[in-house]
Design a protein around this ligand. Structure first.
Ligand SMILES: [Mn+2]
Length: 448
């Protein structure tokens, strides 16, 4: 099994996070300050907690994975952008004996190149000093902890105003500024995304080899997630979907409880999280290793649409155009199979295809599986793709168990999803280590 281990990529250097903070501060006025809280531990039951997952925005700007931290940015209009301050967990020998080493203020400054750091015990006093005289606050408006800190700062500012100091004038959302940066991935991020994708692809191959009638969906889930962690990932990047038979038609089916039956397809939508970056792959394959004729007919339709969509990925095009291409391909095919009636244009205009394909074709991918960034520049203008963006391409067909559907096609759900980097020349598919051609899938399943 040792030969099976993949070579892990280098972690992102602290200088990269430092440069991101500088870039963000250069976008902020020098009389402002920004507050960006990290994530806290969340209770799972009684005194046990969910595994800690850092807030993606906080992580993007610091690389710090401790809970209960806070990043304060103090822009000053200089080339370096300004100063970064972090509040972190207090050093505490007793607590550290239970839960492990804490960075402490010195560790934060040394290991993460933060100019100034304090332990949380000093938070209130030091925040007052740092924010005094700053006229505008930026923070993620959706974050209740940041909201609380901003209100506290406002009360302090009012008191200071009575003593003649400049006062806090208002606050603005910092999320859009961070999210527009996260939308374009740097080379060091692409390396981690490629690795998350490669681990995910291996896990899918493994599930294809293991699948057999008589097993349950959850056993494929266990096998996928074993591979994620075996290769150094933290686990799944989102709840693993293993849907056999008609369960494949439930888009977010995560019960994964049904037995796998001979003759049925199984749809797996699963991806590893590696260094907080997400993989996101969907494959659909026959439980017993061979596609039936009606399954082939539907699968080849989805596969053609998916390959055409991937081929269309390049700078300047939009996710909207790619989706429209998929809709046209799928609708054409559904008419040819007799599942839709009428002319192509009419079916598209009336959206009758939505009975079989109701989701969109792509989403951004990064630190979050449905990554941040707007899809439109304004309500009428889809955002053109740029080099460094990472997307999924995932058309599907979901045929309901309805009386008017020919028996052969009822209850079949198929989705094929790859992760694709937009490059200057066009695109790079980073999930091609798991087959999607039917003959290749059958060959892999035959040569377990
Ligand atoms: Mn996806």
């Amino acid at each position: 099994m040792q030969s099976d281990l993949m070579l892990p990529p280098a972690p992102i250097a602290p200088q990269v996070y430092q440069a991101r903070r500088a870039r963000l501060m250069q976008k902020l006025p020098s009389h402002s300050a920004a507050l960006i809280p990290g994530a806290c531990l969340v209770t799972r039951s009684r005194d046990s907690e969910y595994p800690f997952r850092q807030d993606s925005d906080f992580y993007y700007l610091t690389g710090i994975v401790e809970p209960d931290a806070l990043l304060v940015l103090l822009p000053d209009g200089s080339d370096q952008g300004g100063q970064s301050v972090v509040f972190c967990l207090d050093r505490d020998p007793t607590m550290e004996a239970w839960t492990g080493r804490r960075l402490g203020a010195e560790g934060v400054m040394r290991e993460h190149l933060i100019e100034q750091a304090f332990e949380n015990a000093e938070r209130e006093k030091q925040l007052n000093n740092l924010l005094g005289g700053r006229e505008m606050l930026y923070f993620p408006l959706s974050n209740p902890e940041a909201q609380r800190l901003a209100e506290q700062a406002y009360r302090q500012a009012q008191a200071a105003q009575r003593r003649g100091h400049p006062t806090l004038q208002g606050w603005l959302d910092i999320a859009p500024l961070i999210h527009s940066m996260r939308l374009i991935k740097g080379e060091e991020e692409l390396t981690l995304l490629r690795h998350a994708a490669a681990i995910s692809a291996r896990a899918h191959c493994r599930a294809m080899r293991v699948a057999a009638p008589g097993l349950h969906e959850y056993q494929l889930q266990a096998d996928l997630e074993h591979e994620f962690v075996w290769q150094g990932g933290s686990g799944p990047a989102y709840s693993t979907i293993v849907g056999s038979g008609a369960n494949a038609c439930v888009l977010h089916y995560i019960e994964n409880a049904a037995p796998l039956k001979a003759g049925e397809l199984v749809l797996i939508d699963a991806g590893a999280e590696y260094a907080l970056y997400a993989g996101d792959i969907t494959r659909t394959f026959p439980v017993s290793g061979v596609f039936s004729t009606p399954q082939r007919a539907l699968y080849s339709l989805v596969l053609e649409a998916q390959k055409n969509a991937v081929a269309a990925v390049r700078p300047g095009t939009t996710l909207n155009e790619i989706h429209q291409g998929v809709v046209e391909d799928l609708t054409k095919g559904l008419i040819a199979l007799g599942l839709l009636e009428g002319e192509l244009d009419e079916c598209i205009k009336a959206e009758s295809y939505r009975r079989f394909y109701l989701h969109s074709t792509s989403h951004w991918l990064g630190l979050d599986v449905h990554d941040v960034g707007t899809y439109r520049l304004d309500p009428d203008t889809p955002r053109p793709l740029e080099a460094g963006m990472v997307i999924t391409v995932e058309p599907g067909l979901y045929i309901p168990n309805d009386d008017d559907i020919p028996d052969d096609y009822r209850g079949i759900g198929i989705r094929i999803e790859d992760d694709v980097v937009v490059t200057a020349e066009g695109h790079e598919v980073i999930t091609s280590d798991v087959p999607k051609e039917m003959d290749d899938i059958e060959a892999l399943m035959a040569n377990k």
